[in-house]
Design a protein around this ligand. Structure first.
Ligand SMILES: [Zn+2]
Ligand SMILES: [Zn+2]
Length: 427
């Protein structure tokens, strides 16, 4: 009989996303998984990374990245510099997808061209470019579209070889199929699994690339994207003495922003928008096959209504916590598009009904709302945007909490992380 302890933590990063799951196997060996690594600013995410990795000494065995917008990965340069990250699982690293992210991140970080982006954003852009340019993406696994009749399953053993460095690298291939399991085993018994789901629809990103190519010189002699030229176009400045009052410092930013906004309208209700490639990941126990018991507990100091209706609320929380082992991380998944959600449900099959903990997609933005997502689930979200303003929609919050019997908790805005503990007995 083997005992495994899992601690799942939702880190308080403000507007962003950073979640970890740490398994502690029977022999004291650990296996740590993270989903996204972004926060409202550099200091916040760095603090939480420090806490999550024990100052960098705990390696991350598996890091899932939902998509490349900076609020989800602005902590990545810090994490990679300070901790051993054994393998990164991310959506397809296509040129047009990286271009979209670089343009989006630059517009955001430069406040529409008025400010110089901070060094970490520039560092992040360099990281994305180096990944997409490199043929040898050593520790990267891309999630690609599944083929019909595909039965691929990937296994990772957490225990027996005392967590040798590089162990995960040798197990996960360079590409895995969307919707296929990554099974976690201890003593060769499967007890947990992850299911990443990627969306191949990159048409919007392709359209953006074509529109930018038409207006700016960003290609080489072979008419392929030239990242140096992309950077030059983004960073070209108007000399200060020639700048009109309140004019942006970057010469092309207005034109680029106009093209971006045309391709990705701010309220993309009902159509694919700029989060079209955000990759949800299911994480949960393989109860039926391998688990005898799951005991759950949680630790949380403060929550939205705790002070007002503490007793009632806590009881509700207790009940929901029992179902929270099955978790769905969504990043900025565009759940508002029914075909996206239908596909997600189809891939998860019977697991869909088991999901008890949901990261509300896109920071509870109303443009990504779909009532289908919220039945009897406990939820987590952040409610303040990157400028510190309340960004989430109260009408959506009310709909979720009252119409769907869900508990929506503003975890990411608090000082304390929310921790769930699961105690698994393998028989
Ligand atoms: Zn996003
Ligand atoms: Zn986001």
């Amino acid at each position: 009989m083997a005992h495994i302890r899992l601690e799942r933590t939702i880190w308080p990063v403000g507007h962003g996303a950073f979640y970890t799951e740490q398994f502690r196997g029977g022999h004291g060996n650990t296996f740590t998984v993270a989903y996204d690594c972004g926060g409202k600013d550099k200091a916040t995410i760095e603090g939480q990374i420090g806490a999550a990795t024990n100052g960098g000494s705990t390696p991350i065995d598996l890091l899932f990245i939902s998509h490349f917008h900076s609020d989800h990965i602005n902590g990545l340069p810090t994490l990679l510099a300070n901790s051993l990250v054994k393998r990164i699982v991310l959506p397809q690293l296509a040129e047009e997808v990286v271009l979209e992210a670089i343009v989006y991140n630059f517009i955001k970080a430069s406040h529409g061209g008025h400010q110089t982006p901070s060094a970490d954003v520039i560092q992040l852009q360099e990281q994305l470019i180096s990944w997409v340019q490199s043929d040898n993406k050593e520790n990267i696994t891309e999630v690609v579209e599944s083929a019909e009749g595909d039965v691929e399953i990937n296994h990772i053993e957490i225990g027996e070889r005392n967590g040798e460095a590089g162990q995960v690298n040798s197990v996960l291939p360079k590409e895995i199929r969307s919707g296929k399991e990554i099974q976690i085993t201890e003593l060769r018994k499967v007890f947990w699994h992850y299911i990443p789901i990627c969306y191949k629809d990159k048409q919007k990103c392709e359209d953006l690339l074509v529109a930018l190519q038409k207006k700016y010189d960003i290609t080489n002699d072979q008419e392929k994207l030239d990242w140096k030229k992309v950077k030059n176009v983004l960073l070209e400045e108007i000399p200060e003495e020639e700048r009109k009052p309140r004019e942006a410092k970057y010469k092309n930013i207005k034109g680029i922003k106009d093209i971006y906004d045309t391709n990705f309208p701010a309220k993309g209700k009902g159509e694919q928008s700029h989060n079209c490639y955000s990759m949800p990941v299911y994480s949960g126990p393989t109860v039926d096959e391998a688990l005898d018991h799951i005991h759950s507990s949680y630790r949380y100091n403060e929550c939205l209504f705790a002070r007002v209706v503490d007793v009632l609320y806590r009881r509700y929380f207790d009940i929901l916590a029992q179902h929270s082992a099955h978790c769905l991380y969504t990043g900025d998944f565009e759940a508002n598009i029914q075909s996206n959600l239908d596909k997600l449900k189809q891939i998860l099959g019977t697991l869909w009904a088991k999901v008890g903990l949901l990261q509300i997609p896109h920071h509870i933005s109303d443009s990504n709302y779909n009532p289908d997502l919220y039945d009897h689930r406990m939820l987590s979200f952040g409610n303040v945007d990157d400028k510190g303003d309340e960004s989430f929609s109260f009408s959506i919050y009310r709909k979720i909490s009252y119409s769907h019997h869900c508990l929506a908790v503003a975890i990411t805005e608090k000082d304390e992380p929310l921790e769930f503990g699961y105690y698994i007995v393998l028989i």
